[in-house]
Design a protein. Sequence first.
Length: 271
Amino acid sequence: MNKFLLTILATIYSTGALADQPKEWQLGFQNPASDGMRDIVSFHNNILLPIIIAITVFVLFLMIYTCIRFRESKNPVPSKTTHNVAVEVLWTLIPCLILIVMAIPSFKLLYKQDTIPKVDVTIKAVGYQWYWGYEYPDENIIFESYMIKEDELKENQPRLLTVDNEVVVPVNKVVKVLITANDVLHAWALPSFGVKRDAVPGRINETWFKAEKVGTYYGQCSELCGIQHAFMPITVRVVTDEEYAKWLAEAKMKFANEPITDNEYKKLASK
């Protein structure tokens, strides 16, 4: 009972803290941290949800009405009617109209997501079994990002989501992400940014986001890619322009042409 009440309260009084990472007993989406995710949440809450609720209530009403109106005690001789032209026309046209109402805004949203504006930062994300590798092509920065084990976590670091090397991007800048994979299918997903793209070997997909709030945002591989699928998280840290310039200077020294070192996940994948 207590968990149920906490769930209701968390839903009603959700705060910006939900924008960073999933919370226990959370319902619905994480709070949006980009314009794209805000559009997705608006489409879901203002269009899809009312339609789903209306259909559910209408069907429930029909079921209750049918059970009461046509119960055996009231209809000892059942009707033999098998077709009704008016009903056939209505239950064909009404769903078509509902789909059109849903399709127009969804197509606009998809077009907006696939149209990349002028880019400020370009990042390449490569999925491996089972970790992510990142490149900043314009800055000659290359590094790998591995999940930190539970017994090595520091205070306030979320389990299964914290990595050793985070992706760092500036706030209010358009970031284009080139996504591919080295071995099998993966998927690069960040719920707070409304971003999710498959990582396909031999192919480069692309997406973009523009983070509006400074903070750390978490995602995970969203394509079932093997035994360690649940242990290749995505962490993006959004910082100010000054902090980004400082990180960039340090990263160019730390990660430029850094040789790939041995890691237990690589060793496991090579067996």
